[in-house]
Design a protein around this ligand. Structure first.
Ligand SMILES: [Zn+2]
Length: 345
C-alpha cells in the first residue's frame, strides 16, 4: 500500500519540481515535527464520519507508508520525525498510542502521546514513560459536548497536561480551534493564560496557528509574539506572506518544519478566500474544488506548495543555509532532545 498515488505522474510532475526547486536548497537532514500514523484496524468508523473537517482521504498511514512517503517526497534526504496518532473519536486512541510507542526508536523517530481529557498528572506521566513519548498531542475532537465553534483551547489542553509539560519542559502540539483561528480573541486569552501559568511548557502552534491569511496572522502575532513559550510549525501553510510574517516576528529558534502527513501527500493547494479555507485538488473530494473531470488539474503535493511558500519567504528575508537548516532540522531536533533529556535523562 502507498499513500502516494499516480506514480507515473509523480515521475513526470512532482519529482522534477523537487529536483529543480528544493533538492539543493533543503538541508540533507530534515526534521518533520508534525506527522501522523495509524493502522486500518485502529479505525472504529470511516475517517469521514468525524465531525471535524479534514483535508485528506487516507484511511491509515502505517510506519512503512510513512517512510515510503518521505522517500518519495524528499529523495536522498534523511528525514527524522515526531509522530503521533490520528486524534479523532473514530480512531481507537489507546491502540493508536500503543502503535506509535511500538515504532519510535528515540534516535530518528519520536512520539507524542494523545491524552484522554480526564487523565490526571500521575496517569499522564506514567503513560509518557510507558511509551517513551516526549510530549502531548491533545485535540479538539474529544470535546464532544459543545458545538465546534464554541470549543476553547483549555477544554482539551487540560491543566494536568499543562502541569506535566511545564514541569518537564515538554512540547504540546496545539491545533487551535474556531473560525478566526489564531486571531480569535478567546484563543489569544487562553494562550496568554497558558504562557503566564505554564511558562516552561513548549506550545507548538500547529499549521502556523491555522492563520492561513496574512491579515489573520498579523493580528494574532500582536499578542503571540509577546508570549515566550509559543512555537510554530509550518505544516499546511501555503501562503508565503503568512510564513514571512511569522519569520519576521517570532524568534527563529521557535519555528519548525512539519508535513502533517497524510496532508502533505495530497496534490492540491490550500488558501483563504473571504475568511474561509478553500482546498483546490487534483482528485475530486467532498471537501475540495476540482475540475469537472477528475485528475485534470496539474497540481503537485500540498507538501511541496508549503515548501515553495517557505522558500519564497526565506528568499525575501535573505535567509542563508544556516537559517534554513535551523528551520528544517535543528530547531525541532533541539526541542525534542531537550524533552528526551528532561524525561529520560
Ligand atoms: Zn496534524
Amino acid at each position: 500500500m502507498s499513500i502516494v498515488d499516480e506514480l507515473e505522474y509523480y515521475q513526470s510532475v512532482d519529482l522534477p519540481i523537487f529536483q529543480q526547486e528544493f533538492a539543493s536548497w533543503l538541508p540533507d537532514r530534515m526534521f518533520d515535527v508534525h506527522t501522523h500514523a495509524w493502522l486500518p484496524e485502529h479505525a472504529l468508523k470511516p475517517i469521514s464520519a468525524e465531525r471535524v473537517g479534514l483535508v485528506f482521504e487516507a484511511e491509515s498511514v502505517s510506519w512503512a507508508e510513512l517512510s515510503e512517503a518521505y522517500g518519495l517526497l524528499f529523495p536522498a534526504k534523511t528525514v527524522e520525525f515526531l509522530a503521533f496518532g490520528m486524534p479523532l473519536t473514530v480512531v481507537d486512541r489507546e491502540a493508536n498510542n500503543r502503535y506509535i510507542a511500538s515504532q519510535i526508536n528515540q534516535a530518528q523517530s519520536f512520539g507524542l502521546y494523545i491524552p484522554a481529557l480526564d487523565e490526571t498528572v500521575d496517569i499522564l506521566v506514567e503513560r509518557l514513560r510507558q511509551g517513551r513519548f516526549i510530549g502531548f498531542k491533545p485535540y479538539l475532537s474529544y470535546v464532544i459536548w459543545k458545538p465546534l465553534e464554541s470549543i476553547r483551547i483549555r477544554d482539551f489542553v487540560t491543566d494536568a497536561q499543562l502541569e506535566v509539560a511545564n514541569g518537564y519542559k515538554l512540547p504540546i502540539m496545539l491545533h487551535v480551534p474556531r473560525d478566526q483561528r489564531l486571531a480569535d480573541a478567546d484563543n489569544l486569552t487562553d494562550l496568554e493564560y497558558i504562557a503566564s501559568h505554564y511558562p516552561q511548557a513548549r506550545i507548538i502552534l500547529a499549521h502556523g496557528g491555522r492563520a492561513y491569511a496574512p491579515d489573520l496572522i498579523h493580528k494574532a502575532l500582536d499578542v503571540v509574539e509577546n508570549l515566550p513559550n509559543m512555537h510554530f510549525d509550518f505544516s499546511n501553510v501555503q501562503s508565503a506572506g503568512v510564513i514571512q510574517a511569522i519569520l519576521e516576528r517570532m524568534p527563529l529558534e521557535h519555528l519548525m518544519y512539519g508535513s502533517d502527513i497524510p496532508v502533505a501527500t495530497v496534490r492540491g493547494y490550500m488558501f483563504m478566500l473571504n475568511g474561509q479555507r478553500v482546498a483546490l485538488t487534483r482528485k475530486q473530494f467532498d471537501w475540495s474544488i476540482s475540475s469537472r473531470k477528475p485528475n485534470q488539474l496539474r497540481c503537485t503535493f500540498m507538501g511541496y506548495e508549503q515548501i515553495r511558500a517557505m522558500k519564497q519567504a526565506c528568499d525575501v528575508l535573505n535567509f542563508d543555509n544556516v537559517a534554513v537548516e535551523k528551520l528544517f532540522y535543528s530547531n525541532a531536533r533541539t526541542l525534542v532532545d531537550e524533552a528526551v533529556r528532561s524525561l529520560y535523562g
